[in-house]
Ligand binder design. Structure first.
Ligand code: FES
Ligand SMILES: [Fe+2]
Length: 331
C-alpha cells in the first residue's frame, strides 16, 4: 500500500506533480476545438499553465503559458484565437506561434539582449484519433508507447464521433483516491447497485496491459455501456459506450481536491441514448463522489495507516500503487 501520508498535504501534491503528473501524457482536449490557425486551447497541467496552438501550417505546437519577460500569461485558460502571434497580456511582448520572441514591444535596447534567448518554453504535444495530449517532460517517450494497448483493444468505430457534451465535477479527495476507486469493480454491488441491470457485474474483470488498465463486463441487451473501460497511466479514463465514448480526465487541483472533466463524444443520430447515458453517468459520479470523500476523511483521521488489497478485484489498484511508489521512490 502507498503511505497514507501521500494522500494529503501540499508536499505530497508537489511530489506527485514533479514525479508523475509533469512527466506523463496528459489529455488537453480535442483537435476539433481548435480547427483554424491561431486557435488555442489553454489549461493547467500538473499545476503548470500550458497552451496548445494551431500554427499556420496546420500543425499543433505547445508551450508553457508563461511570458519570458516577467511571467505574464499569454492567453487566458480555455479556447480562443490569438491571431498570427501570442501577445503577452501583461506588457505586450509578441511571440510567433512557433514560440520565437518576435517583438519585445517598446522594451528599449539593453546591451546583450538577444530575442533568440527569450523564446517560449516548449511542451511536447501529440494527437491520437483527434485527442490532444501534452507532456511537460521534453524527454518523454512518445504517446504511442502508452496508447498501443488501447488502440488494439478499441477498434476506432466510436472515435469518429464529435465532441457532444462536457461536464465537470469537483470531489474533495486526493486524486489518487479517485483513481483507485476507478480502477476496481469490487465496489460496484455496494455503491452502484443499478450497474447490474446494464452489465453482468459478477463477471467484471480488471486487466493490466503495459500502462493501460482495462475493465470489462458482458453488457446486457439494453446496456448504454459497451462493456469496456480503459484507463491510461496516470489519470485518464476512456469509457467506451455502445454509441459513443467519454474521456474522463482526473485533475489534481489541490492536495484534497480533484476535478473530473468529462468529454462526451457521441453518435449525433442517438440523442435519446445520449440523454440516458448522461443520466447514468451523473448518478455513478455522485455515488463515487460520496465514497471517495468518505475515504479521504478517514485517510486524514489518523487511525487507518494502511490496509489490504483483494487479489481477485484490486489488481489494478495494486499496479497503480506500485507504479506511484516507484515514481516517488518510496516503495
Ligand atoms: S510579462 Fe509578458 S510582456 Fe511583460
Ligand atoms: Fe464507482
Amino acid at each position: 500500500m502507498l503511505s497514507v501520508d501521500l494522500y494529503s498535504g501540499e508536499d505530497a501534491l508537489r511530489r506527485d506533480r514533479e514525479h508523475v503528473l509533469r512527466r506523463t501524457w496528459q489529455f488537453m482536449g480535442h483537435d476539433s476545438q481548435i480547427p483554424a490557425a491561431g486557435d488555442y486551447l489553454a489549461d493547467v497541467i500538473g499545476g503548470a499553465p500550458v497552451v496548445v496552438v494551431r500554427k499556420a501550417d496546420g500543425a499543433l505546437a505547445a508551450f508553457h503559458n508563461v511570458c519570458r519577460h516577467r511571467a505574464g500569461a499569454l492567453v487566458t485558460d480555455g479556447v480562443g484565437n490569438c491571431g498570427e502571434a501570442f501577445t503577452c497580456r501583461y506588457h505586450g511582448w509578441r511571440y510567433a506561434l512557433d514560440g520565437r520572441l518576435r517583438n519585445a514591444v517598446d522594451f528599449g535596447a539593453p546591451a546583450g539582449f538577444d530575442p533568440r534567448d527569450h523564446g517560449l518554453f516548449p511542451v511536447c504535444v501529440e494527437v491520437w484519433r483527434g485527442l490532444v495530449f501534452v507532456n511537460l517532460d521534453l524527454e518523454a517517450a512518445p504517446l504511442t508507447a502508452l496508447i498501443v494497448p488501447l488502440a488494439v483493444r478499441w477498434p476506432d468505430g466510436q472515435a469518429g464521433f464529435p465532441l457532444t457534451e462536457r461536464r465537470s465535477h469537483s470531489i474533495a479527495c486526493n486524486w489518487k483516491a479517485y483513481v483507485e476507486n476507478y480502477l476496481e469493480g469490487y465496489h460496484l454491488p455496494m455503491v452502484h447497485p443499478e450497474f447490474d441491470a446494464d452489465v453482468v457485474v459478477s463477471e467484471y474483470r480488471t486487466e493490466v496491459v503495459d500502462q493501460v488498465i482495462f475493465a470489462s463486463a458482458p453488457p446486457r441487451d439494453a446496456s448504454v455501456y459497451g462493456g469496456l473501460w480503459g484507463w491510461l497511466w496516470p489519470n485518464l479514463g476512456v469509457n467506451v459506450y455502445r454509441h459513443g465514448y467519454m474521456i474522463e480526465r482526473m485533475t489534481a487541483v489541490g492536495p484534497t481536491e480533484t476535478r473530473l472533466d468529462y468529454f462526451y463524444f457521441f453518435d449525433p443520430a442517438r440523442t435519446a441514448e445520449l440523454e440516458a447515458m448522461l443520466k447514468v453517468s451523473d448518478l455513478v459520479t455522485a455515488q463515487d463522489l460520496q465514497v471517495c470523500e468518505e475515504v479521504q476523511r478517514n485517510l486524514e483521521a489518523g487511525i487507518y495507516r494502511g490496509g489490504v488489497l483483494s487479489p481477485k478485484h484490486e489488481n489494478g489498484v495494486a499496479w497503480f500503487q506500485d507504479r506511484m511508489g516507484e515514481a516517488l521512490r518510496v516503495s
